[in-house]
Design a protein around this ligand. Structure first.
Ligand SMILES: C[S@@+](CC[C@H](N)C(=O)[O-])C[C@H]1O[C@@H](n2cnc3c(N)ncnc32)[C@H](O)[C@@H]1O
Length: 287
């Protein structure tokens, strides 16, 4: 987790290395000694047998800079129970192995589906799904406690239009979604990576937009929001320069927050620090 937000989980030493690290460097990091009380579980063994797979696509083998920091996370009893019970029904591991049929995944071939990258704990996702049952939300994150939390929220609120995807959204977009599969894409408060040497980890970059544009159907909305002013400026610049998207704002600037986007957890933390929030609302151009 980048520095301006308090970490909610701990990173393990090997996992804390970025994907760009050579494998030799990873191998050189000694594994932390297991505490005497730790249950005997090998590193590759899933914590939740029917739940999300650890790094399902093995993306740590891919030499690519990742937009998130893999971390070992504390999962509450309720989240763990939801992961075990509801993952087989509503969960999806991003293994990069096959193309997804979103109509089949949501049980409705007519349902428009939007992808949300980085839902965190999922409260805003659940609110959006409840407010708009005619849209499917494919909610993607690597954060296990959040996956459990969103599954719980979906069940408690009877939400049939949410699916929880575990893994790197880049692999989902690149390997598993067919062209024009999405009615829209939402990226709310992506990790801001404030240090200059980490800017390359920011999600919203020209290469990402070029990939996303192939998966969003013409006319579909790309909606980003951030409370990190320099990142907002970068987003506006790369989005306005993209040949694939047009700004919904005639002045080429930020958009007012649309009513369908609830306040998110990270947004609340940013607002408490006096940050200004910007929404960016762009439309996929016709090919
Ligand atoms: C700063 S948090 C924001 C969470 C939530 N949207 C909110 O506003 O409260 C960013 C989230 O994006 C996730 N994330 C970053 N890059 C990702 C990627 N490539 N694929 C999936 N999730 C990613 C992180 O794990 C983290 O949970």
């Amino acid at each position: 987790m980048p520095e301006n937000h308090a970490p909610t989980t701990e990173a393990t030493a090997p996992e804390a290395l970025g994907a760009s690290e050579p494998l030799e460097a990873r191998a050189a990091v000694p594994a932390p000694a297991a505490p005497a009380s730790a249950p005997a579980r090998t590193r590759r063994e899933p914590m939740f047998p029917d739940g999300p797979a650890p790094d399902p696509a093995g993306s740590h083998h891919e030499r690519r800079i990742r937009s998130f920091q893999p971390r070992r996370s504390r999962v509450t009893t309720g989240q763990g129970e939801a992961l075990r019970r509801l993952w087989p029904k509503w969960g999806l591991d991003i293994d990069g192995l096959s193309k997804l049929d979103l109509g089949e995944l949501f049980g409705d071939p007519e349902l428009p589906v939007v992808l949300e990258i980085g839902f965190g704990m999922g409260e805003a996702t659940a609110k959006m799904a409840a407010a708009d049952p005619g849209t499917g939300i494919l909610a993607c994150d690597v954060h296990t406690p959040g996956q459990g939390n969103l599954l719980n929220l979906a069940e408690q609120n009877g939400l049939e239009n949410v699916r929880v995807a575990n893994g790197d959204a880049i692999i989902l977009l690149r390997e598993m979604l067919v062209p024009d599969a999405l009615a829209g894409l939402r990226v709310y408060f992506p990790d801001p990576w404030p240090k200059k040497r980490h800017h390359k980890r920011r999600l919203i970059q020209p290469e990402f937009l070029a990939l996303a544009a192939t998966r969003i159907a013409p006319g579909g909305l790309l909606h980003c929001a951030t409370d990190w002013e320099p990142y907002a400026e970068q987003m506006l610049e790369v989005l306005n320069s993209s040949p694939d998207f047009e700004n919904t704002q005639p002045d080429g600037g930020y958009a007012p927050r649309p009513e369908f986007r609830p306040l998110t957890r990270f947004e609340g933390q940013g607002l408490d620090k006096g940050h200004v929030v910007h929404d960016l609302l762009f439309r996929r151009r016709a090919a």
